[in-house]
Design a protein around this ligand. Sequence first.
Ligand SMILES: [Zn+2]
Length: 141
Amino acid sequence: MARREFSRNQKEEIIERARNAEGKVACERCGLILKKGTWEIDHIIPEALRPEVDKKAKITIAEGQLLGKDCCHRGEEGKTNKDVSQIAKAKRQYNGANGLKRPKQPIKSPGFPKAEKASKRSSEQPLPPRALYKPAEETSR
Ligand SMILES: [Zn+2]
C-alpha cells in the first residue's frame, strides 16, 4: 500500500502544535527556532516500516512531527538517513526470512581464450552425421 501523506490541514495542525510560546515554529525534536521553509513534516515511524494493517487507518497528526531540515531531519545524523538504513535492513531481513534473496551469481566474463591446440582439435574433425535410419541390408529379413 502506498505511503500515507498528511493532508494540508493536518500539516497546518502540526505546524500550529510546533509553535512555541512566542508563536515561533520550533523543531519538535530539538526545539531550534526555524525560519519559514526550513522545516519538514516527518513520519515518526517511516511509512515503509509500517505493517499494511496499520496503513488501512487514516494517518493522524500524532504520527507526524515537525523537524528542522538541517538540525534533525536531513544531514548525516538526521532522521531521514537513519530511516533509510533501517528500511534497507528491514528489507534484507524480510528477504532472508522469506527466501527472496538472489543467489550468488558467478561473475560473467568471457572466460579464457582456448589454447591454439585445443581449438584446432575441436574444429579439425567434426563428427560424421549420425545415420537417421539403419541401412536396408541390416534390417532385411
Ligand atoms: Zn531539530
